[in-house]
Write a protein that binds this ligand. Sequence first.
Ligand code: DAH
Length: 341
Amino acid sequence: MKQQLEQIRQSTLDALAKVKDLNDLEEIRVRVLSKKGELTAILKQMGKLSAEERPVMGQLANNVRSDVEEMLEKKAQELRSAALEARLQEEALDVTIPGKPVEIGHKHPMNKALDEIKEIFIGMGFSVVEGPEIELAEYNFTRLNTEEGHPARDRSDTFYFTDDDSVLLRTQTSPMQIRVMEQMKPPIRIIAPGRVFRKDEVDATHSPMFHQIEGLAVDVGITMSDLKGALELFAKQLYGQDAVIRFRPHHFPFTEPSCEVDVQCFECHGAGCRTCKGEGWIELLGAGMVHPKVLAGCGIDPEVYSGFAFGIGLERAAMRRFCIPDMRLVYENDVRFLTQF
Ligand code: DAH
């Protein structure tokens, strides 16, 4: 019997050497220690022993049992810590590897220019308003002193929605003058930025969709010199103190007198080049003194009040501001272009 017990201890030890995981370990435990196990089977034979042998064998059997239990527990701990070690290895993070840069976007140059322009006019006491892109011909033309039959209303220039040409995509932000004068009493100082639409072919300076910023100031005693002063200040704040602008007489139906304002070409500084089509100047905006008929049509007495208005082409202003030679770059969303700003 003593031999058998020693045999169990030894075979357990041998078996443990081959154990790979906790399942193998459990198999050994069942084989040796369970009720139907090898050790129990031997203990059942104790009754056959003499009274002297019995306590000695009992003692030995207990020793073997606790040795086996101890061996199993030790092995179990080894397996658990090996498993933990393996998992830690597998899940290890190298915190010293440089991260992947997150590319965050930034404002489009047009929006940058728009923000700057807004700031400039807000600084002069103007507030910013917005209005509809789908507009009534009445606001886009008629009430801006542009009667039916006027060439500006031509179907070849304007996107109309209805057969009677009464609803359209606004061709200018000027209808905002009417919408504002309907709602507000003087003193009025607003700018109204937004999209406008015309049937133009795409080229370096044209697009069927572009942006304007309308401006309107109405009060007692407003004169052309207020207009000139405001626009001069605007140009110098946007382009720098050395920016050169010029006022040219022009005609718009809703202003009298009217003018166009050009800024000296950023490419050639007035000499003439491809960007300015050899002119040396780039047209920046239309402006003028609000026509008395337009004021009166909005219930504002032209004998008491006067006003100036202007419409800035945002693309042109932004192109001059950031030295962008071709308007198509502004719309193509090529990141190689956009990341330069
Ligand atoms: N709406 C004009 C255009 O699109 C620009 C313009 C000219 C706006 C004179 C004005 C203005 O407010 O007074 O060509």
